[in-house]
Design a protein around this ligand. Structure first.
Ligand SMILES: [Zn+2]
Length: 81
């Protein structure tokens, strides 16, 4: 019998039926728990608060490159090599 590291509820896990690395969910608080050890069973609370979203702010330089305009509208795009 192990206890949820988050809410301390008793979780009925048979150490012979689980494997290391297995993820179980606490029936009480829905926390995701990784089984890091089986004899005896030891649970590791998987943090849900890890937000490692690297949103590179590429909002600089608003260039609307919509070339849907008629080519007749000769724009000043002289690229002299
Ligand atoms: Zn729990």
């Amino acid at each position: 019998m192990v206890h949820c590291p988050k809410c301390a509820v008793e979780i009925d896990l048979d150490e012979d039926e689980v494997e290391e690395g297995e993820i179980v969910t606490c029936p009480e608080c829905d926390a995701e728990l990784e089984i890091v050890q089986t004899h005896p069973v030891h649970l590791n609370l998987i943090s849900e608060d890890e937000e490692e979203e690297e949103e590179a702010a590429e909002d600089e330089g608003e260039e609307d490159d919509e070339d849907d305009v008629d080519a007749d509208d000769a724009e000043e795009e002289e690229e002299t090599a």
